[in-house]
Write a protein that binds this ligand. Structure first.
Ligand code: THU
Length: 141
């Protein structure tokens, strides 16, 4: 537990899916494979990996892949709301989503959305989105 955020059986199921997704990363340039799995407010699970490109800036993050899968699978508003997300990579202390991905997550999340950072030994830190992206950009309100 960290930041008072509980690691539940659902978090551990996401960790498993994120680990499987990481194995599918296309990261021949950075050699840094990242996996993400997210659970929606409706209980659906989607995952993704980073996909790099020989034209380096054209690659994208694992979070972006997972969000893309979520949007394509969504049939209701709750299917588009991220309740919880796990990111895993082979780095200790573990990585957290990059700045751009925090904003992408925010598009489909709430301030209470839980983000777990894992290394190969498991989830090490947990945050709310509000903690990772304070004073976030938004046009409305
Ligand atoms: N990467 C992710 O997939 N997610 C993050 O949150 C941080 C970075 C990827 C992008 C690139 O393919 C590799 O990690 C090295 O930066």
């Amino acid at each position: 537990m960290s930041d008072g955020i509980e690691i539940t059986e659902y978090s551990l199921a996401l960790l498993k899916e994120a680990t499987k997704a990481r194995a599918k990363a296309h990261a021949p340039y950075s050699r840094f494979a990242v996996g993400v799995a997210l659970r929606t407010a409706s209980g659906k699970v989607y995952s993704g990996a980073n996909i790099e490109n020989t034209s380096y800036p054209e690659g994208w993050c694992a979070e972006t892949s997972a969000i893309s899968h979520m949007i394509m699978g969504a049939e209701s508003a709750q299917d588009r709301e991220i309740a919880e997300l796990v990111v895993i990579a082979d780095l200790t202390p573990p990585i957290t989503p990059c700045g751009g991905c925090r904003q992408r997550i925010k598009e489909f999340a709430t301030p209470q959305t839980r983000i777990h950072a894992a290394d190969l030994a498991g989830i090490q830190h947990s945050y709310t989105l509000a903690a990772l992206l304070p004073a976030a950009f938004h046009l409305e309100g």
